[in-house]
Design a protein around this ligand. Sequence first.
Ligand SMILES: Nc1ncnc2c1ncn2[C@@H]1O[C@H](COP(=O)(O)OP(=O)(O)OP(=O)(O)O)[C@@H](O)[C@H]1O
Length: 610
Amino acid sequence: MARGRLNSGAKTEAELPKAKINRSSLRNVGKLLTYLKPYRWKFIAGLVFLFLSSLVGLAFPAILGALIDAAQGFYKYKYLPHGLNAIAIMGFSILFAQAFISFFRVVWFVQVAERSLADIRRDTYFKLITLPMNFFANRRVGELNSRISADLSQIQDTLTTTFAEIIRQLVMMVGSTTLLAIVSSKLTLALLAILPFLVAFAVFFGRYIRKLSRDAQDKLAESNTIVEETLQGIANVKAFVNEAYEANRYDKILRKVVNIAVRGAKFRGIFASFIVFCLFGTFVGVIWYGSVLVANHEIYVGDLTTFIMYSIFVGAAMGSFPDLYANLQKAVGASERVLEILAEQGEAISMVENDNDIKQTIKGDVAFDDVVFAYPSRPEITVLKGISFHADAGQRVAIVGPSGSGKSTMASLILQFYHPQNGNILFDGKPADNYSLTDIRNQVAIVPQDVLLFGGTILENIAYGRLNASKEDIIKAAQRANAHQFISSFPEGYETIVGERGVKLSGGQRQRIAIARALLKNPSILILDEATSSLDSESERLVQEALEELMKDRTSIIIAHRLSTIREADKIVVLEKGNIVESGSHAELINNEQGLYRYLSQLQFETSQA
Ligand SMILES: Nc1ncnc2c1ncn2[C@@H]1O[C@H](COP(=O)(O)OP(=O)(O)OP(=O)(O)O)[C@@H](O)[C@H]1O
């Protein structure tokens, strides 16, 4: 199912060229355009200036024609000054005005687009990070990444360039055609007899080329996903000596990209040469016919110049439409994909830091009451089948059981990453819905199996537990977590950059940083997802000591893999295939000869003896 969604997403992309720009897609894009609202005056001013600069541009051919006619002593236009120099000065003034107007329209459009796009980016990112875990289970990081980068850049491009170009070219085309008709209706008719064929060809061919380039883009996105996934799991790639396999995988997809792109290149080439041939052919024809009209004294030479320039404007405008239209279509597709994310239902987390302060304190009682749960991405498999257990505030409760029995799932439910389909999770006797999400997550900390550190400094990584903590508090937490010593031994101390995902630190060091982070957070409920990989005995001792310190005076739910570490727990809950099969103290459980706990303990004891 997860891949199903992914594929459907990819399919929308591939089919996009066929999706017409229609009312409903435009309505969708209209929703994104609301982001322009705060900057609407600048945007409207930009539009007006754009319109003006296009109109002013239309005056040129007339002025140049008038200049040439004036050289021969003809003054056809009453509203233009008589005299060569006067007309030339007018031409320069118009040029200056156009330059002036163009400057502002470019600056304003870019300002508006940059600002509104930053707003959309911010909102998309905010939405993304508040989406429930299930959303992420169904998508790849690379795919989401490209929403924020590629799709939004496409929209930005369209707002800054394509949109303005479309308006400009439309004004040029309509204006030039009208003026052409005024200059010479005969020549205009001759031109219009050829142009529709050109346009029809351009549109037909342009569509096909767009489809090809979309396919190439999709494949390229796929290849980027490979790079990203490989780099993220580089240790795995190396450990399995799968460099050649990955290189092959990447090479294969790159070949596909090249194939599609090369096929597209041929069509693009044909398209370009045909357009060039037709355009020049049209001009040659028009100049030929125009020269005949001049020879017959039906029009002036200046008129012919004016006419040729307007024809160039019309031709250029028509030639630019297929690309502009393709860009518009891409932007519509990109907007739809971005809107998809914006329309998702996020979790109730505020983006204002103070809103997320603790409002209802939790003492530390945790209980599961007949909890039934299946992951939304795999509804057919019930992972927890009616779990009930209780941990009093301050108690240590260990959850043990074979791999896949649902231990980590229980941790995710306590953190409210998912919600049970049946039953309740209770904090201090009250169902979780009675608390805000932020209240629960602020008072529950997890030290996960696989500690993920961010790329910044050690200080920043510990401070992640409480962002407003002072440096003294951070050092104190590190000391309590047995981390201060090794941190101080680094030349840069707390300012040491941990490297991407903490690769510069050992497993035990990373764990102690995670413990310091949790100590700083000072939660009333602690979840320890014990690391499966064992550390060397010295490191193990340091981590264990740090954990003891961390567990003091709070409820601890320990997901244990090594049963030797949980003998002192107040209660041990034994899980098997989503059911609690036993619970009690170590002494009670070990005496149950038929019990799973005793069996697992013996198994581990034997393995460690072997
Ligand atoms: N995000 C998920 N989406 C769908 N199914 C999942 C997801 N995470 C875990 N599962 C499934 O839920 C079941 C319980 O997994 P869970 O990780 O809770 O087990 P566990 O007892 O913690 O195992 P381990 O000791 O190996 O960590 C497994 O069958 C697993 O395949």
